[in-house]
Design a protein around this ligand. Structure first.
Ligand SMILES: *Cc1c(COP(=O)(O)O)cnc(C)c1O
Length: 430
């Protein structure tokens, strides 16, 4: 070792001395000691290798610290995909976020403050869901849409048969297939019809003493066109067996903006015994699985041992209740944004960027619902069009757009207007 190196090593401040820096003391209270200590160790190491001067160890450690104690990074979704699975599907409303904070500590989730006795878990959330869908005799909430389906299959059909159309045996994403999921419960699938056509008589012929229920699944992420037919819930219900309808996206009532998307109220009025849906698709809430329908069946599901394993936590209950009772969610704000407004924003942002010498152009584009919902529906939208080489550096600033025909498009549909300035600042920085 050369003499200079040895001197430099001697000048590197000791760990306890660096950790006493007030900024690092504060950081320790937010991030924990291990994270801060490893940042200090890394800075000391860099000083040892001569990459930074010994007196810069504390500054370097401070600069390298993460902002939060989670590695999850908030992202600006400029992809134009409203429910982007890789970006966490639905963004929660400010009310739902506040509700998570309120429920985070000790809370009366299962306790009656008036009597001091145990109370029904999540009763406020369940009441809100029941009020939103008066046609449901009872409601229950589990971890996600897949869990809702698994609970229904396990509690109602383990060791028995579920009759389902071949046209509805879908893959929901990341290689997960509904038929595999259902069979994992011990239920047997009795597939009827063909990929493109299934008739009422197909169901009739398949029904036997072992049939537990008829399943109808909304093929949420694809469409079959041409020579097709499927059997409406109303006709299935007339066969006299319980019909379980997986509507997928969680619309509670008909929505004029998405006329082809099934909803819970209509399915129940058409005679569904149970409806299953996700909480973080078109409902715009936290990840959850909704079960709505006949009171006796919901009670059976609720009392099944598996229900305990699929139980949602107090944060989900809080976020879901605030979504159901609160103001319009970011999902619906995004879906309802007018192209005219989006165009004005895109043009304004491009003007600002061009003032800084950045080539930017406002272009018309189309956004989609995403999250495996409304696969055919496109919404006219506007984007800031930039050089595609900016895509990667912008991602490091947590701004995610999409590259299309050799351009980087920042679609503004899912960007809250108050974040336009942040997007422009990120573009200028890169
Ligand atoms: C999304 C979806 C599911 C799965 O719901 P998760 O909440 O993702 O578990 C099941 N069925 C249909 C029709 C869906 O669209």
């Amino acid at each position: 070792m050369e003499r200079g190196d040895r001197d430099r090593r001697r000048d590197i401040p000791r760990t306890d001395v660096v950790l006493a820096d007030p900024r690092l003391v504060t950081a320790t209270s937010v991030l924990g000691r291990a994270t801060v200590k490893s940042a200090v160790a890394m800075a000391q190491d860099r000083a040892r290798h001569g990459e930074i001067p010994p007196e810069a160890v504390a500054d370097t450690a401070v600069a390298s610290l993460p902002r939060q104690a989670t590695t999850l990074t908030p992202v600006i979704n400029a992809t134009g995909v409203v429910l982007h699975t890789n970006l966490g599907r639905a963004a929660l409303s400010a009310s739902a976020v506040a509700a998570l904070g309120a429920a985070a500590g000790h809370t009366d989730v299962e306790f009656d403050l008036a009597t001091g006795n145990r109370a029904r878990r999540g009763r406020g959330t369940l009441d809100a869901l029941a009020a939103a869908v008066p046609d449901a005799g009872a409601v229950h909430v589990v971890n996600n849409g897949a869990a809702a389906l698994v609970l229904a299959a396990t509690a109602l059909a383990a060791g028995r048969e579920i009759v389902v159309s071949r046209g509805e045996l879908i893959e929901i994403g990341d290689g997960f297939r509904l038929p595999d999921l259902l069979q994992s419960t011990g239920a047997r699938l009795r597939e009827v019809g063909t990929t493109n056509r299934t008739a009422l008589s197909d169901y009739e012929q398949a029904i036997g003493p072992d049939t537990a229920f008829l399943l109808k699944v909304h093929p949420a992420n694809f469409v079959v066109r041409g020579f097709t037919s499927s059997v409406p819930t109303r006709d299935l219900a007339a066969l006299g067996l319980p019909v379980v309808v997986d509507i997928g996206s969680g619309l509670l009532a008909p929505e004029p903006l998405l006329p082809d998307e099934p909803d819970a109220t209509t399915a129940l009025r058409d005679g569904a015994a149970l409806v299953t849906a996700s909480g973080d698709k078109l409902l715009g809430g936290p990840q959850a699985g909704l079960l709505l329908g006949r009171a006796d069946l919901v009670e059976l599901l609720r009392r099944h041992p598996l229900a305990r394993a699929l139980r949602v936590d107090k944060l989900t209950l809080a976020g879901l209740e605030a979504t159901l009772r609160g103001p319009e969610s970011p999902t619906w704000q995004a879906l309802r944004r007018e192209p005219r407004e989006l165009r004005e924003r895109a043009e304004g942002m491009c003007d600002r960027l061009r003032e800084h010498g950045i080539a930017a152009e406002a272009v018309e584009t189309v956004s989609v619902v995403g999250g495996g919902g409304a696969p055919e529906v496109e919404f006219s939208s506007w984007a800031v069009s930039l050089d595609p080489s900016l895509a990667e550096p912008l991602r490091t600033k947590a701004v995610v757009g999409r590259v299309e025909r050799g351009r980087l498009l920042l679609d503004l549909r899912c960007v809250p207007p108050e974040r336009d300035g942040d997007v422009c600042a990120a573009v200028r920085e890169v």
